[in-house]
Design a protein around this ligand. Sequence first.
Ligand SMILES: [Zn+2]
Length: 365
Amino acid sequence: MHPALLLLPLAGCSAGRLTEVTEGDLRHLSGVLTSSSRGIVRAKIPVVEGDGALLVTARIDGPYAVHVRSLTDPDHHEVFRSTDWNDSPYNKTNGGFLSTVASLNWPIAASDEGLAAGDWEVELGVVDESNDYVAQDVAIDVLLKQDGSFDDGVLRVAVVFADGSEDDAEVRDAIDGAKDRWAEIYAGIGIDVLFEPDSAFDGGGLVAPALATEDAYETIAARTGLPHVNLVVSDDIVDFDDAYGIAGDIPGPLVPSTRSAVQISLAEAAGTDGRFSDQDIRILGETMAHESGHFLGLFHPVEGDWQGWDVLDDTPECDSTRSCLDVLGANLMFPVTVCTGGTCMEQDAITDEQRGVTQRYTGVE
Ligand SMILES: [Zn+2]
């Protein structure tokens, strides 16, 4: 055997280098790397003193899919491994699940190891339509924020009207009222929501950002720029008739992608009478705060089937409608609106650990 052949399998094991630019207060590393024939690609993340959190986003064109397999600290200690979470009833991040767009924020919660200076490494897995690992190009972006306090921060939001909804004065008034409610809720967890001037997207019929197929969100995110959460106001959400809103991912990506938005349904918000009551506007604001909460990394404390939970210790665990309503019904991230006889309860409670997750999101600076 020719000795040189022995080196070939090793070639796919070295960590690829990304190029760095500065975007406002964020460091932005990016590049296109090619996975090995076993579907593995690794990128080096040089964390410097003062970096508080990072957000990795990997993108690939279908029918291929990518996920974050692991994240390793400078001492080669694995702080995240996708297989720990893939079959778990506990939800921590969607970063380990296969998609055309996969994002992992680190640290996620206060209990996670923080970012020490040194070379971190993210490992991605790439598969084809048969779920076989393959060699393929992957676009990788890593954003790092120079903010390690996690006590307070600023979230930049761009509200974008689709379906021509900006022409309806009642809709614009309802959105303004809902923004106030959203800002009030986030002020309670030390997040100052800064709204850019509203804008309109010339188009409509947008499908949910969680499906990672809608190119319009990539266009919108490219226009609003880093680091914005794009809140897209639609007449309704295609194929999700009873959804008030849908977030692009948990956590959501800040770089332009088919998942880079939170979508809100006006049809659901206005209800059957098509008008916005004060209660409708309050619930719309709580919906914006809830869906953006997903984007910042929060899961439901309990899923609607009462069979799945977040990983946080201070959101009580429950497993029935009655017990869950009792201990979590007022939480911002409760999976359903709770109404009796036309009156719906306020859902704005956020626990300390939930607050800790939102403050660690790289887009909260
Ligand atoms: Zn939700």
